[in-house]
Design a protein around this ligand. Structure first.
Ligand code: FAD
Ligand code: DLZ
Ligand code: SF4
Length: 523
């Protein structure tokens, strides 16, 4: 009788996995802590602590359910520190004749697993059913579409799942309430505060191990407060629905100088590692609308992020890889500025977004897109350098979701699959949506001179540099009209301002990988 080893990866911590649901009596479930996964980019210490603690808790939950579990600890002497080799070592040790795995979240592992389907101990790969759509279903949807758009995909998902639908029509009479969702903050000083999660012995030991092995990575383990069990993740979900969801919509695009979270959920990491299912999160939000607790613009906006964007980026990832990772349509060549690793910049908005990232392994979507992302776009940072950074520094980062957002949405490197135009903006946008500029040494109103906001000249410089590729885009016509109306003297002055700034920007290659100093640490 065959005896399989069921490999569960660190972001597959869900009892609903078909692999576990259909496990034969004699199966051995394997979880492997390996250094390679913590180091292939220098992950934030909170992210490593999250994976170690959540994997150990999940192993315990499996044992309590009666599964036979084989667990590789970081400190095991025989640990090979490579996921695939470790699974094969455990399979041999437990007399297993096959390894069953679920589609991982990154192409590099998927490819390596597929290459081993005919190995001595063969690998058998199954679909990850924790999403609303499979890669095959998405491939079917995108086939033949010249200009795929998330909005149309999302509407089909609404109809298919019945989420926020009433008698076949969208609840509230519209598919999209974005026009209600662009308010800046109005001087609020306090925001919902996340539940404080108790750290039991398992969590404490996992965090200590993360610190001992990877203490030189970004961040400090002292202020770790991510959910590492399903119970803790459910507490975060309840907190979000009760305290933040009603204001999620209107302040979705707002940025604060003092608060990293505002009315966002911070549920991405828990969903991505499998502690919460996207369906239960959407259902909880839908229920809040049905009970009159949260308005339609908030609930629709929130569900669109999960049912729409999250599924869309995953579909793009699996249908466009491996070529997607090599895309660089705007031909960007610059290395990542050094201050992305230590927040040492006098641009207040950049300093705050990066320092919050160092402190929490979290920044909300608009900080990622319109602050750190926008700056990298305007400077022409090359996709692989920027992608490695986003993959390393956020607790929720996995390539299937990070890559389309960074390479596609931020850098417009995929020819417009993720967005019909680049999300480029000057300091005026950041000034409108945040309270950073009042605390900054630069002025968002000035274009040139020592106090001019760098975003301003970089914005026009970016448009000028990429005119050939972007000016024919119908959504960019207006802005190119403004550029072309500008007098030559003004254009020269802006160009000089931007180029002088770019010349001074320090971008030592590989700085983040090598630079393990105080700069990495939380303040
Ligand atoms: P909320 O604002 O509360 O939104 C609710 C949920 O919607 C999120 O938890 C997330 O699951 C989903 N969501 C929202 N926007 C997106 C999006 N654009 N793509 C996919 N899902 C979305 N998200 C990740 O989960 N992992 C990543 O590695 C990641 N990298 C990103 C890199 C860049 C450059 C950008 C611009 C965005 C990235 N995102 C990523 C998307 C988004 O920024 C995060 O999902 C969100 O900030 C997580 O915080 P939250 O849970 O408070 O989200
Ligand atoms: C991110 C991460 C880390 C830091 N450590 C582990 C680990 O020790 N064992 C494991 O199974 N997974 C880990 N992960 C998550 C993997 O990198 C992730 O499963 C793949 O990137 C596929 O999404
Ligand atoms: Fe950022 Fe410019 Fe505002 Fe300073 S002035 S906070 S650099 S947008």
């Amino acid at each position: 009788m065959s005896k399989p080893l069921l490999l569960v990866l660190g972001d597959q911590l869900s009892l609903s996995l078909p692999l576990l649901q259909n496990a034969p009596e004699n199966a051995v479930v394997a979880l492997c802590e390996v250094k390679e996964e913590a180091r292939y980019v220098p992950h934030h210490i909170h992210k490593i602590g999250l994976f170690l603690a959540a994997m150990r808790h999940f192993a315990k939950a499996l044992e309590e359910k009666g599964f036979q579990v084989a667990y590789s600890h970081l400190d095991d002497e025989q640990n090979t520190h490579s996921l695939l080799e470790e699974a094969e070592r455990l399979a041999r040790a437990h007399g297993c004749d096959g390894i069953h795995a679920t589609r991982p979240g990154e192409w590099r592992l998927w490819e390596a697993m597929q290459d081993r389907q005919n190995a001595k101990i063969p690998w058998l790969l199954g679909e990850d059913t924790r999403f609303f759509t499979t890669p095959d279903e998405f491939a079917e949807w995108i086939r033949g579409r010249k200009q795929p758009r998330m909005e149309y995909f999302y509407r089909e998902q609404r109809k298919r799942t019945g989420l926020l639908m009433k008698d076949g029509e969208p609840a509230g009479g519209q598919w999209n309430f974005d026009h209600d969702n662009r308010e800046p903050l109005k001087g609020q000083k306090s925001f919902p505060t996340l539940p404080h999660h108790r750290q039991d012995e398992i969590t404490q030991a996992a965090l200590a191990d993360a610190e001992r092995h990877f203490g030189d990575h970004m961040g400090s383990i002292d202020n770790f407060n991510l959910p590492v069990t399903r119970r803790q993740a459910l507490a975060d979900l309840k907190h979000f629905i009760d305290e933040a969801l009603p204001d999620f919509g209107r302040y979705q695009d707002a940025i604060s100088d003092s608060d990293p979270l505002l009315y966002h959920s911070r549920l991405s990491a828990a969903m991505n590692i499998g502690l919460l299912s996207p369906l239960e999160v959407c259902k909880a939000a839908e229920k809040s609308y049905a009970e009159g607790e949260a308005p339609i613009n908030a609930v629709e906006g929130f569900i669109r992020q999960i049912l729409g964007w999250r599924e869309y980026v995953r579909g793009l990832y699996w249908t466009q890889m491996p070529g997607y990772k090599r895309e660089n349509r705007l031909n960007f060549r610059r290395e990542l500025p050094d201050f992305y690793w230590d927040a040492q910049t006098d641009m207040r908005c950049m300093n705050r977004a990066i320092q919050m990232t160092i402190d929490n392994a979290y920044a909300h979507h608009i900080q990622r897109l319109m602050v750190t992302g926008n700056f990298a776009l305007l400077c022409g940072v090359k996709p692989e350098a920027l992608c490695d950074w986003y993959l390393a520094v956020y607790a929720d980062a996995s390539e299937w979701v990070e890559l389309p957002n960074t390479l596609g949405m931020v850098l417009h490197a995929d020819g417009g699959l993720m967005g019909s135009k680049p999300y480029c903006a000057s300091g005026k946008y950041i000034d409108r949506m945040s309270d950073h500029c009042a605390n900054c040494r630069y002025s968002p109103k000035q274009m040139t001179g020592t106090h001019a906001c760098p975003f301003n000249s970089l914005y026009w410089h970016f448009l000028e540099q990429n005119e050939k590729r972007l000016s024919q885009n119908p959504r960019m016509k207006l802005i190119y009209g403004s550029l072309n109306k500008m007098g030559d003297d003004k254009r020269d002055a802006i160009r000089q301002q931007a180029e002088s700034f770019l010349r001074k920007l320090s971008t030592r290659q590989g700085y983040g990988q090598k630079h393990h100093t105080q700069g990495y640490k939380s303040h």
